[in-house]
Design a protein around this ligand. Structure first.
Ligand code: PMP
Length: 452
């Protein structure tokens, strides 16, 4: 069903075929956790623009802030007007939510841009070239960010060569590793204290390996004297919602301090209250990164992103070395400030934690009946990985795509994640208890469609 006299097929003829298209629908209107399409259907949105719609669709306070700002000044270009009133509003709010040492903010428009700029800062400040990134990471689609991305080959194939100076390290999540299987095989990585713990698996039993392999990489791939930074998603996003074991991020901090490297947390997907804390890393470490990257959920759908850094990292920069036409636009700042106000004022950190527990408990319950081999994540960044019908870890190819397709037909929007058969849940942070029950019910029906 199309719109404006054009059929869906005709619309698509005019769009790049290289962008994947989830289902043949045209978006019309969104409100809270729901989207309506031009075919008259209503969808429960647990994809949320890939984790962007932190306050749901068209939250009245965000809409009002954007409308008011649009009528005042849409664009106060950052080179011409270093600040605007909404930018100051945003800076004041960031001061209350950012790790205390990250007091200098650079604004841009997308997660990829934030990554690119973090690499520039790291290389400039350290005078070193190489960046360590993790297997399965997703950092974006621009060339530098793509060079750091290994969550799926489809994001890279035929596009190389990529900028050099990237070294990949194993990400410490052990569902598929030999040591874990030797220690008892299947199990679930769920947030501590998430009832019921079910077959919860303690990652500490497993892989101390990744830290050792980093030390080994310093001997074999990139000496510390050439390594500028380690970039990590504290909770891996597109790669499948994997959480590193306790102590890992703190150990990275110590390693960076030891070797004069910078630690960059890419919180584009796991940040801005998504996990029930302001920043995903706060579940795992008290240590602060040198830079924290945010985008997606920060402005409820208006393009906005940034690099928050320790201020001394700019000691070797001069004006003009960084910039961008749209970065820090007044409209984006207003949307971001309003989003942070809604998250604080409406108790969304607690709601994300509570609804996340409800979701994890529901998925664990479904894992008793369907071939789900791992339920993992924090808060409202939760994933279920499928295994084989025989109870093994080896899922039939396309299982996740079949499940998300079945869910889409039933009116539940879900996305897959990573190169394994994983479905991820990214509901709005203000999703209600009954909407979560509705989502779990639709998900169960979709599982029945695929496996029943
Ligand atoms: N980093 C992470 C962790 C992401 O999840 C994404 C987007 N999925 C990006 C960077 C890139 O963000 P954008 O699509 O806004 O460029």
């Amino acid at each position: 069903v199309g719109v404006g006299g054009w059929s869906y097929a005709k619309i698509v003829e005019h769009l790049s075929p290289a962008v994947s298209k989830f289902s043949p629908v045209v978006a019309e209107r969104g409100s809270g956790s729901y989207v309506w399409t031009t075919d008259g259907r209503k969808h429960l949105d647990f994809a949320c623009g890939i984790g962007v719609l932190s306050t749901g669709h068209c939250h009245p306070r965000v809409v009002a802030a954007v409308q008011e700002q649009a009528a005042q000044i849409i664009m106060a270009q950052q080179n011409i007007f270093p600040a605007s009133r909404p930018m100051v509003d945003l800076l004041q709010r960031l001061e209350t939510v950012m790790p205390s040492q990250l007091t200098s903010h650079f604004f841009c428009n997308s997660g990829s841009e934030a990554v690119e700029n973090a690499v520039k800062i790291a290389r400039n400040y350290t005078g070193k070239q190489n960046i360590i990134a993790f297997d399965g990471a997703y950092h974006g689609r621009t060339y530098g960010a793509m060079a750091l991305t290994t969550s799926k080959t489809v994001y890279r194939q035929t596009f190389g060569p990529f900028p050099s100076g990237v070294v990949n390290a194993p990400y410490p999540y052990c569902l598929h590793c030999k040591a874990r299987q030797a220690a008892g095989g299947l199990g679930y990585e769920v947030a501590p204290n998430t009832p019921p713990l079910g077959k919860a698996y303690d990652q500490r039993q497993c892989c101390g390996g990744p830290l050792e392999s980093l030390e080994w990489m310093f001997k074999t791939h990139s000496a510390p004297s050439e390594t500028a930074a380690i970039i990590i998603e504290p909770i891996l996003g597109e790669g499948g919602f994997l959480t590193p074991p306790p102590g890992f991020l703190s150990a990275l901090r110590a390693l960076c301090d030891k070797h004069d490297m910078l630690l960059i947390f890419d919180e584009v997907q796991c940040g801005v209250a998504r996990t029930g804390k302001w920043w995903g890393h706060q579940h795992l470490t008290d240590a602060q990164p040198d830079m924290l990257l945010f985008a997606k959920g920060i402005a409820s759908g208006v393009p906005f992103a940034g690099v928050s850094a320790k201020p001394h990292l700019y000691d070797k920069m001069s004006p003009g070395m960084m910039g961008g036409t749209y970065g820090g636009s007044a409209l984006g700042c207003a949307a971001a400030a309003a989003t942070l106000d809604v998250i604080s004022g409406e108790g969304l950190l607690q709601n994300a934690a509570d609804r996340g527990q409800q979701l994890a408990a529901g998925l664990l319950r479904l894992s008793e009946k369907y071939p789900i081999v791992d339920v993992r994540g924090r808060g409202l960044m939760m994933a279920a990985e499928f295994g084989g019908a025989d109870g093994s870890l080896a899922a039939r190819p396309h299982t996740a795509a079949d499940v998300t397709h079945a869910a889409g037909l039933r009116g539940l929007l879900l996305l897959g994640a990573g190169a394994r058969e994983t479905v991820r849940f990214l509901p709005p942070l203000n999703v209600s208890e009954s909407e979560m029950e509705e989502g779990l019910g639709l998900f169960e029906q979709s599982l029945e469609d695929v496996f029943g």
